[in-house]
Design a protein around this ligand. Structure first.
Ligand SMILES: *[C@@H]1O[C@H](CO)[C@@H](O)[C@H](O)[C@H]1NC(C)=O
Ligand SMILES: *[C@@H]1O[C@H](CO)[C@@H](O)[C@H](O)[C@H]1NC(C)=O
Ligand SMILES: *[C@@H]1O[C@H](CO)[C@@H](O)[C@H](O)[C@H]1NC(C)=O
Ligand SMILES: *[C@@H]1O[C@H](CO)[C@@H](O)[C@H](O)[C@H]1NC(C)=O
Length: 205
């Protein structure tokens, strides 16, 4: 039927395009590390476990490796574009928390007085978010993969490694999925208060 023919034609065009992309490295990279076209803020809501990350500044990598686990939590997602972005980090049996009011603008947000711009990058992993943290106007790049799962499929990790390679960044550090995440931050618990200093130490310098 004409419909079948049309579908067939469309499929072969897509296949042709896919094939030509895979033969041309720069194009493939452009495609692999493209920012998200559209971000549904409601999809962000809740907690995400950090699965792996790469940092462009090598001295920070050793420090990064010492963390047992890390998570991001987006909350207060309303019709307004200002949402709450919280992070936790488990390091040497302590939990460090930080929280920011951030303003979503399309596929990105800026925080820490404009020193960090975060862009959501495309990933084919269905329950992941991939964030590129551009620190101090591009001086450093932190490229972090978060998921609702603690551990991803090999295929998904391969895509992330390819993305990191496209950015010419050091091979990713994969976090140990058996290590516990920090418990939810509760304002009533003084042990779990925002630790701006620690966040500053590990992320900004
Ligand atoms: C949550 O969002 C609402 C509406 O944008 C705002 O009025 C409120 O202050 C926010 N709450 C927090 C804790 O940021
Ligand atoms: C975020 O905004 C709310 C409402 O304006 C405020 O109560 C809260 O202290 C802010 N949080 C941070 C981390 O700046
Ligand atoms: C950005 O970070 C640098 C270095 O940490 C600091 O000196 C500067 O004041 C920061 N700028 C803002 C706007 O926070
Ligand atoms: C995420 O942050 C919100 C607001 O601070 C909090 O109510 C919620 O419990 C947090 N969720 C997790 C899993 O930490």
């Amino acid at each position: 039927t004409p419909l079948h023919l049309a579908v067939l034609a469309a499929c072969s065009i897509v296949l042709l395009c896919l094939t030509s992309v895979s033969h041309s490295a720069p194009l493939a990279c452009e495609n692999l590390v493209r920012p998200l076209d559209q971000l549904d803020p409601h999809r962000l809501e809740g907690r995400w476990a950090m699965v792996a990350g790469s940092l462009s500044y090598p001295p920070l990598i050793e420090q990064f490796k010492r963390r047992d686990s890390a998570s991001a939590n987006f909350s207060n997602i309303t019709a307004e574009s200002v949402i709450v972005f919280s992070r936790s980090k488990h390091l040497e049996n302590k939990c460090y928390y930080s929280s920011y009011n951030v303003s979503l603008e399309g596929n990105r947000f800026t925080f820490y007085n404009g020193n960090i711009t975060t862009t959501f990058i495309h990933t084919s992993c269905h329950d992941c978010i991939l964030m590129s943290f551009d620190v101090e106007s591009g001086k450093r790049l932190h490229f972090y993969l978060f998921s609702r799962r603690r551990q991803l499929e090999e295929k998904e990790m391969e895509e992330f490694r390819a993305q990191v390679e496209c950015l010419n960044m050091p091979p990713p550090v994969v976090l140990d999925p058996t290590k516990e995440l920090c418990p939810e931050e509760t304002t009533s618990n003084p042990a779990t208060q925002t630790d701006e200093k620690s966040e500053t130490m590990t992320e900004k310098h």
